[in-house]
Design a protein around this ligand. Structure first.
Ligand code: AMP
Ligand code: ZN
Length: 479
């Protein structure tokens, strides 16, 4: 297992990640608020977290990943309740909220799949954890860190000495005593924040010891994170906009209740920008993944364009950047094809003879050293491109042997485990077939015969023959 270091927002240093349970990393990433399509700025953050996870897995660690789905929040309520009459019952309000969040959760998961982002091991929906949230707020109240007022409950930030440790706030300047109800606010208005919100007319609510209400946004992640990953978490991550107040408040809630440090490493990804401004729904300057696909962009080119930049550097979105990504990928894929085939050396002079095996070892070391040093993807990819240019030149002159070519291919597969952009074509086709066979099985189980037939026809068009086995499972082979 290679040691991996990441920049820690808490200490503002690049530090080795030392998992609490040796060899197994617990990772919590704040998931989407599912009221609309994710834009590619949001997806930049989820791609960076996929890189982080794949780097640990590739380096030999087990990763236990929890990503929540925020399915109750101010904006969700704003967008889901508009069509209901003022006197609509609570059940109807919940149903309307659930219809909106179900729809966009499905769409979000499809986007992750399109971008080859690995599924989290836990994908909890906030609304399934209301009892845990209520217990956490009660616990904070019992410890004198929370107070109720008119059916809402607020966190008393003056009660926690370390409040401000993540955002590096100046404690002197903090306005203890004032309080806010909004989930999102600016750093210059540091105040007591809301844990539980009293229901307002027109909002869905849950019963609570403080009357009907709903959780604040920050308490959701503390409750789900502690429930699913435990009292000591290795890494917690989000975009830089979550440092304050969201993550600062998560620390206050969890550590206020636990009485000890909750998360060792806080890791934040920088923004995707458009013409100097953060890409954001509120600014209207965004693209969704579907917008790009409709323009003929390969989602994997977007994946590569994002992953090839360092996660802590602001990245400006441009179509030129996507074209450059496309060209880089073509180069890697062409090299892969060349290594899959047999060499046909032309002879003639060349600058410098290289020992392919030694060059490969060097490249592999450089690749992993770069990733282990705060996910330095530009350097990791540079190691691959240097290898490509050296071995292409060598292969032109003195063809690499089959064994040497296979060793190169094994390294390309290993690197693809992190970048997921130049898979072995047969392997990726097999995965596609497996997914379709599974989809057909699910359709049959649900007695959705038209869907099952559609999938069967699709497989047939791909030249796949299905074979019903005695044990009831379905096998396949190429015709
Ligand atoms: P949300 O769905 O609004 O809760 O955001 C989901 C994730 O996207 C959070 O981790 C945000 O920090 C992140 N995010 C929002 N806007 C951007 C952006 N322009 N670039 C990168 N990440 C972003
Ligand atoms: Zn969160």
């Amino acid at each position: 297992m290679r040691p991996i270091s990441l920049f820690n927002t808490l200490t503002r240093k690049v530090e080795p990640v030392v998992p609490v349970a040796p060899g197994s990393v617990s990772l919590y990433t704040c998931g989407p608020t599912v009221y609309n399509y994710a834009h590619i700025g949001n997806l930049r953050t989820f791609l960076f977290q996929d890189l982080l996870k794949r780097t640990f897995r590739g380096a030999g660690y087990e990763v236990r990943h929890c990503m929540n789905i925020t399915d109750v929040e101010d904006k969700i309520i704003r967008d889901s309740q508009g069509d209901l009459p003022a006197d609509a019952p609570n059940e109807a309000r919940h149903a309307a909220m659930g219809a909106l969040t179900d729809r966009f959760t499905t769409i979000f998961i499809e986007d992750l799949e399109t971008l080859r982002i690995q599924r989290a091991d836990f994908l909890p929906r906030a609304t399934a954890y209301i009892p845990q949230m209520i217990r956490l707020v009660q616990d904070l109240e019992a410890r004198g860190l929370a107070y109720a007022r008119e059916g809402s409950v607020y966190y008393r930030i003056a009660g926690l000495p370390q409040y401000g440790c993540l955002a590096h706030l100046d404690r002197e300047g903090m306005q203890a005593g004032a309080s806010v109800d909004a989930d999102e606010y600016e750093r210059d208005s540091v105040t007591d924040f809301v844990l539980w919100k009293a229901a307002k007319p027109g909002e869905p609510w849950w019963d609570s010891p403080w009357g009907p209400g709903r959780p604040g946004w920050h308490i959701e992640c503390s409750a789900m994170g502690m429930e699913l990953l435990g009292e000591r978490v290795d890494i917690h991550s989000g975009g830089v906009d979550l440092i304050f107040p969201h993550h600062e408040n998560e620390i206050a809630q969890s550590e206020g209740c636990l009485g000890h440090k909750w998360v060792n490493h806080w890791v934040h990804g920088e923004f995707l920008m458009v013409e100097g401004q953060k890409m954001a729904k509120s600014l209207g300057n965004f693209f969704t993944l579907r917008d790009l696909v409709a323009k003929g962009i390969d989602p994997i080119s977007l994946r590569y364009a994002i992953q090839s930049n360092h996660y802590r550097k602001v990245l400006n979105f441009s179509f030129e950047g996507l074209r450059a990504a496309d060209n880089s990928l073509k180069r890697i894929r062409a090299f892969r094809k060349r290594m899959e085939g047999e060499g046909q050396a032309g002879g003639g002079p060349w600058k410098e003879a290289v020992d392919p095996a030694a060059r490969l070892t060097e490249a592999r070391e450089a690749f992993w050293n770069a990733l282990a040093d705060d996910l330095n993807t530009p350097e990791a990819l540079a190691a691959i491109f240097t290898l490509i240019s050296d071995l292409n030149a060598q292969d032109d002159h003195a063809a690499l042997t089959r064994d040497e070519r296979d060793a190169v291919l094994a390294f390309l597969d290993e690197a693809d485990g992190v970048f997921a952009a130049w898979p072995h074509e047969k392997a990726s086709l097999d995965a596609e077939v497996e997914a379709l066979v599974e989809a057909r099985r699910a359709a049959k189980a649900a007695k959705d015969w038209p869907a099952a037939d559609r999938v069967r026809d699709e497989l047939k068009a791909m030249g796949i023959v299905l074979e019903d086995r005695k044990d009831g499972t379905v096998g396949w082979r190429r015709a």
